[in-house]
Design a protein around this ligand. Sequence first.
Ligand code: MN
Length: 730
Amino acid sequence: MAGYTPEDEQIIEQLYNELLASCDKICKNESDWDMIIKAFFLAKEAHKGVRRRSGEPYILHPLSVAKIVVDEIGLGAKSTAAALLHDVVEDTSYTVADMENLFGPKIASMVDGLTKVSAALSDDASAQAETFRKVLLTLSDDIRVILIKLADRLHNMRTLGSMPRNKQLKITSETMYLFAPLAYRLGLYSIKTELEDLSLKYMYPEEYAAIEAKMQATAEERNVFIEKFIAPIREKLTEAGIEFTVSGRVKTVFSVWSKMQRKKIPFEEVYDLFAIRIVFKPTDIVPEKSQCWHIYSLLTDIYSPKPDRIRDWVSFPKANGYEALHATLMRPDGVWTEVQIRSERMEDIAERGLAAHWKYKQQQEAEDEYDRWLRDVRNALSQPAGNAADFLENVKMTLYMTEIVVFTPKGEARKLPVGATALDFAYDIHTNVGNTAIGAKINHKIESIYTKLKSGDQIQILTAETAHPTIEWLDHVGTMKAKQAIISYLKRVRQNNIERGISTFERRMREFGITPSARLFRKLLPAYDCTNKDEFYSKLGSEIINLNDVDKVLRQNSKNKMLKFWTFELSGNNKPKDLVVRKQDVGDDSEAQKFIIAECCNPIPGDNITGYRDPRSGAIIVHKTDCEELISLGSQQGQNLVSNIKWSSYKAESYLAELQLRGIDRVGILRDLVQVITIERNINIRELQIQSHDGIFDGKISLYVSDAESLAALKDNLLKIKGIDKVDRL
Ligand code: MN
């Protein structure tokens, strides 16, 4: 493979030196420097001679990613080394084990994570939801992996121009769908903004170019306007002795485009093309928060504020850590303009997100919004993988959520997504509170736990030990935490119910002397409206169903079954074509010829049969040929008899038949009878009536047999029982 030209080497050298200059602020000691330098030379060697699609040496990519990691995200030396190595395992012969030997376990595991994310993304066949899940899984290991991945994505987006069109579209759609929201959620505002802007540029190049041109055309005019707007602010704040910078922030093409889409307006009607940002240096005397409000009040001396458009993210930071006070002021030309007021610390967090956040957090111990969100995501990921799409819904909600702030009875603020209910709030307090919630006092008024909350509501959850989650609750919660708690409760209960159900069922069946079998369940499940055994047991265990009338159910069910599988065939000449019916289910409501089993003689397969066509319905009622009823009908309406009917392929397992028995009563005769029928012949008894008088035994048995032949065999067997001397079919 060809090496790099001297010109290439020069470009590499230059970028490498820039990276080292940036690293000056993150390298704490000699070994930090050694690690980064070693990572660079290994990566350079590993990607030797390889070029990107644009033609530039490949090593420029990891170098650029590392630079973003340091300059734009603010991560430390280990992350920088991992960024330099991020494509080494994926693209070259180095392994994760090599990384571990050379750089230790931390960097090795980051490189491993980055390789896995790449693999998840390169899998074209995988559903996006599943990809999303895989990518987020890296969050549970080490959030730095996602931050480095964002840097990687940002550099790929910046250099997307040399990619073929289909690749561009794949990468931009992933960026919009996954990486921009993630960047937002992790508080990386400028990266999020740039990712969106670049995505738009490649997705809709013409629209992008048009908006960009119009913005450039008005740039000068706007800058003058901004300066004029800012001047009195500058004066006023300086007068008040505040150290600050003030600047006009021009909207990105993407945000202008979004507004045009959202409001369905042309470019010319997007007036708020810029916002003003004031970043102040806090004094030690007054808290930052008070200083924000102080500046706000100074501004209102100059411009009229819109009172209902104050966003106080100082008292209640956004879930992604964002803090600032946003006000809206009237411009001299009558257009409302947003002003963002932040301290330097807040600015740092707003621009660099998570990394900056951690930097400031070291002083404070308490778990904050960030930690809580990360914990939620981790929890979600640690749950057994359910439906990937559901999972995605949950995570997406926490990525995009706009929040409301509500309060506990003691005045503690809690943040919940818009649309959250009192039940979500209950679960936010504690899983046990959620699980036992029965109602809520919202602003001192008793309301249902399903009530949707509004910002500012104060909520007290009413609980009862006896209360518990139901499946319906899932329709009334929106937070991931509540959903998961309810699902896991229901699962637990279901498992207990299943166990209880099994023992109830087995006990009842023992009473009947029935051994549960697949066949038995095929009868029971439809009758109890269950689709599987677990559902049946669970419903039984939770007493949704009971077995009080199981004998009746068994009977009914078998009848249905019998109807379903009993089939006939018409044959012979001289009959309308549509009468030729094969494998037609009796009782089926289809257009085909309908057969009905006559109740008077109850023929079963193998019996000699004759049909009678009901002149009104056209259905053929099937009788035994020697049925008296049929003979009587035939004598009056011979034209309606259908003799060319025979049993066809019958799949039924059992048909109802009745036997009458007579014999000499003796101890144990009943047991012998049951033994022969159920065990030797394996036939299910539906009903058994025995009468014994003066030493004579009279019995009637309804049972399910498969056909006439097996009924005849049973008769023979029964006659062999000592004492039985007569067995007749009814
Ligand atoms: Mn890469």
